[in-house]
Design a protein around this ligand. Structure first.
Ligand SMILES: Cc1cc2nc3c(=O)[nH]c(=O)nc-3n(C[C@H](O)[C@H](O)[C@H](O)COP(=O)(O)O)c2cc1C
Length: 549
């Protein structure tokens, strides 16, 4: 009997990331499903997956974290798996037999996991769509033409491997089969045909999973530190200590120090000028520091990243230690490169990172640190709208057309609404009428001008003893900052709604992680607690999270 149930097209998307092409394809599928009385699901979505606004806006679309096995546990016979290895081709009669058409396997894994064969083994009946590979939206379109439009597969007009022309000088051959449109051209998502910008979304979203990272700090200084952080399975990205292009910060161990302290008693560790992991009294959960920036220039960090990724992401050989699974996870683990300097230096840093990004197999992001409280006579620029605008203007000049490296700002803790306004107004003004180019805000850095007196009443740090405070004593202020910044970004949806917040400040354990997520942090950073506990802080949080990030 002919089925009258509306058709549902399901694409399995197991990757926390969504490339710009896929986003356009999904929007096209959603809109065409809507026009044809069908539904479109993305299933098996990882919790970190951010559904793009353009997709959410189409009523026919549903985002599902469950897999098809679960959704149709009792009704597998309604589901048809589009499977290149199936025995028979899809036919118009299949529109009567099945209500759900499943496209398995948009996977982040490299080498690709054969999700279609996994689903096949689970008993979903399969049909073929022909010998030539199609884009995802084409595969759904062809299926719809067959099962809803009742056109046999071999009667559909196709265009194989068409040239996509960008302008009179540039074109590229598309390695897929497309459906021929009424105008004789291949049917593609709207903007694919008109602009090369589609190859990148602007600005690029920050996709970090698990959403737990180290913040920029002294325990991310050396190549050994960075390698350990890169290999740590409980974190989703590595942040480098802040560096300056071509400049080694003049680190002076007699002036630049840090200590951990108990925020109630002020019992503290001896100040340490070396960026080493100190094992301390567990009640010393706060930190105070007079450090400036890394004694190593940006170029050194970029060479470290090249070295680490070459060592761990080259194709596995019998002697290499990384399995293909580890390699595929690590290739989506970004390095967030923390930089600072004058607006010109920061723009040049961005240019350099952009250049290097094409030479390394992992995503690179730039975090512009505008918030260190410890530089004499240099107030953190992020407290001032005009200073922020100078940076935002210069960096804009450095951003290329097309593919680009995501960038964000590291901001200090703000303590009243006028300070938040300086930030938001600067971002808004920089964005003009369009979407801001900024991808993320990292809040917060340390709180300046704090003083710790030990149990004998002596200041713990050198000089005036004043320094940037962090750790548990900063946590309530950092939470408040993340909450306010998220709300203010959301208030300006069109220009700033897409900006992610990386929440940092006093996250010492699972409780801190959860609180940060609750107030709107998409990703959570850890500084002081990494110094206190070492890498085990990440494993501890991951264990507590128990899969529910
Ligand atoms: C000793 C020390 C050095 C730091 N150095 C940097 C730095 O170079 N760049 C930066 O952006 N933040 C730096 N921070 C700030 C941290 O990244 C983080 O924003 C802040 O400490 C709050 O997080 P926490 O409470 O988890 O430490 C430093 C923090 C500490 C404790």
């Amino acid at each position: 009997m002919a089925s009258t149930t509306p058709k549902t097209y399901i694409v399995e998307h197991l990757d926390p990331e969504l490339g710009p092409w896929s986003e356009l394809e999904y929007i096209a599928i959603a809109k065409e499903s809507e026009q044809n009385g069908a539904k479109f699901f993305l299933s098996s979505l990882p919790p970190a997956f951010k559904v793009p606004e353009g997709l959410k806006a189409v009523p026919a679309f549903t985002a599902e974290t469950r897999g098809v096995e679960e959704i149709y546990a009792n009704d597998k016979s309604r589901v048809c798996l589009l499977d290149p290895a199936a025995k028979s081709d899809l036919s118009p009669e299949d529109g009567d037999k099945f209500d759900v058409f499943l496209f398995g396997g948009i996977l982040g894994d490299d080498p690709p996991r054969d999700r279609t064969s996994e689903l096949r083994k689970k008993g979903f009946e399969g049909r073929r769509l022909g010998p030539i590979q199609m884009t995802t939206d084409t595969a759904v379109r062809v299926t719809r033409l067959v099962v809803q439009g009742k056109t046999p597969l071999d009667k559909i007009g196709y265009l194989d491997y068409p040239d996509l022309v960008f302008n009179e000088h540039e074109s590229t051959e598309m390695p897929f089969r497309y459906v021929k449109g009424a105008d004789g051209k291949p049917i593609m998502p709207e903007r694919e045909l008109t602009t090369k910008n589609i190859i990148t979304m602007t600005p690029p979203p920050v996709q970090i999973h698990p959403p737990l990272i180290n913040s920029a700090n002294p325990w991310a200084t050396t190549i050994q530190d960075l390698e350990r952080l890169f290999l740590c399975p409980s974190t989703g990205a590595v942040t480098t200590r802040t560096s300056i292009i071509t400049t080694a910060f003049p680190h002076d161990p007699s002036k630049h120090q840090y200590a951990f302290f108990n925020p109630t008693t002020h019992a503290s560790t001896r100040p340490d000028p070396q960026p080493s992991i100190a094992v301390t009294d567990p009640s010393q959960t706060a930190s105070l520091n007079t450090l400036g920036y890394s004694p190593l220039p940006l170029e050194t960090y970029l060479s470290y990243i090249k070295e680490i990724t070459t060592r761990h992401l080259s194709p596995p050989t019998p002697s290499s230690s990384s399995s293909p699974e580890t390699i595929s996870k690590l290739t989506i683990k970004p390095f967030i490169i923390s930089v600072t300097g004058t607006p010109q230096q920061v723009a040049d840093s961005y240019r350099l990172v952009s250049l290097v990004s094409s030479e390394v197999p992992v995503p690179l992001h730039v975090e512009i640190n505008l918030s260190c409280p410890n530089i004499p006579d240099s107030p953190p620029p992020a407290y001032s709208k005009s200073a922020l605008l100078e940076y935002l203007f210069e960096i804009r000049q450095a951003v290329p057309e097309g593919a680009r490296v995501a960038y964000g700002l590291k901001v200090p803790p703000y303590t009243h609404s006028a300070q938040f306004r300086e930030l938001i107004d600067a971002l808004d003004e920089d964005a003009g009428n369009g979407e801001s180019e900024v991808s993320f805000i990292t809040a917060t850095n340390t709180l300046g001008n704090c003083l710790v007196l030990d149990q004998e009443g002596k200041q713990v740090l050198p000089g005036e003893g004043l320094g940037g405070m962090a750790g548990s004593a900063l946590h309530p202020l950092a939470l408040g900052n993340v909450k306010c910044i998220r709300a203010l970004l959301d208030e300006r949806k069109g220009t700033l709604g897409h900006v992610s917040v990386i929440g940092v400040g006093g996250v010492m354990d699972l409780g801190g992680y959860r609180r940060m997520r609750k107030v709107g942090a998409e990703v959570v950073g850890v500084g002081t607690s990494l110094g206190v506990k070492g890498l085990s802080v990440f494993a501890e949080i991951e264990e507590g999270v128990d899969g529910v990030w």
